[in-house]
Design a protein around this ligand. Sequence first.
Ligand code: ATP
Length: 408
Amino acid sequence: MGLKKHLAIYIRNTDNKALLIDAIMSGEAISHVADLEGALFSETTLNKFIDQERRHGHFNVTTVTRNSLLHSSEGERKKALLMHLISKNPNYIIVDNVFDNLDIRSQQDIIHTLTNLSKKIPIVQITNRKADILPFIEEVYQFQNLELVPIQAFNSNAQALRPSYFKSIPKPSYQRDDEKNPLVKFQNVTIAYGDRTIVKNISWEIKKGEFWQLIGPNGSGKSTLLSLITGDNVKAYNQDITLFGVKKGSGESVWDIKKKIGYFSSEMLRGFYRGDAIGNMIVSGFYDSVGLYTQPTDEQIKIAQQWLHVLRMFEIRKKSFLSLSLGHQRLVLIARAMVKNPPLLILDEPTTGLDDSDVMLFSELINKIAKESDTAILYVSHRKESGLTPEFIYKLTPTAIGATGEIQ
Ligand SMILES: Nc1ncnc2c1ncn2[C@@H]1O[C@H](COP(=O)(O)OP(=O)(O)OP(=O)(O)O)[C@@H](O)[C@H]1O
């Protein structure tokens, strides 16, 4: 088939991406790149390099901060990988979900890099977000029955938003301990790795029921701030941080803190292959485990069932969690994080990898939780999702002496 030189393939999360990539790389899907040596920019390639570094201790891909990939932020990793692949002079390149995890500035840098590259070699973009189609792309295709089919009228914004959740968020049957307000309090928090200061003098409070978005460019310290809250970062102990009314370093139990936080990250399912039932995945949220090891109480089962109704998954509760699409798996994991009625729900880059319609479904659920529950939400992402409505935005801005923070 005579396909355009630079083309995009718009896929849904339910499409078989691995098969598509195989079909391109083996020369079956796109004739004009069939005999060329191509490079693949994707999460899989990145994971291979990270794995190599983990096993052999050395790294071929160097980031801007000369850090290893393992110790770099997601955005830094992606930029470094792209530059590494381009430096090998491939004859064409496949770029898969190129903008995930990238801030606006880095997205512009990448558009610039790829636009220049498009003058030399063919570029095949795979994307699940319409807004991400690169400017030099000549035609957009779908992958149907192992063939690329042009999409007509791609720009029509016909996707109507339908209400997806009919039931209300379950009301907890027990009262939470009276949480101290604010839930999270940072006072002049400064964190450094070696002689590099990452965040400087952060003073910030999250109160009961508030809906926050934390934004900031790649490497500005968003994940670092989160790790101070979730208890995974020992650097929290030298700082003035109060979580749920208890000062960090005053002999508090990390376990107690974890009990009060519902957590979801798009990284959570890396390497998860077990076939647990959907219903069990939700109940396991009571035990802070992924998968169920303990016999739940009747009350716990009841709350999980109410969540299954909210998600409209009650009928399929016994099916394997892995049989769900990526987007629906995430909805289940949000319910899993919410069953214990936590005072704080943390969502770390939750829409990474989701397609347009799944993002809508996801944002709708988060807005619903914000509206109907008294759980505070902390949402971390570079993207401003148009469907999402946070009340407050906390913004990190990098400076030479570490990132500073302000409420926008
Ligand atoms: N263990 C570590 N050792 C050294 N440097 C680190 C370590 N962890 C993080 N860093 C550095 O701290 C900086 C902030 O990283 P962090 O992951 O918090 O940023 P981020 O805002 O979440 O970025 P992104 O949006 O790209 O995920 C980065 O430059 C990163 O390389």
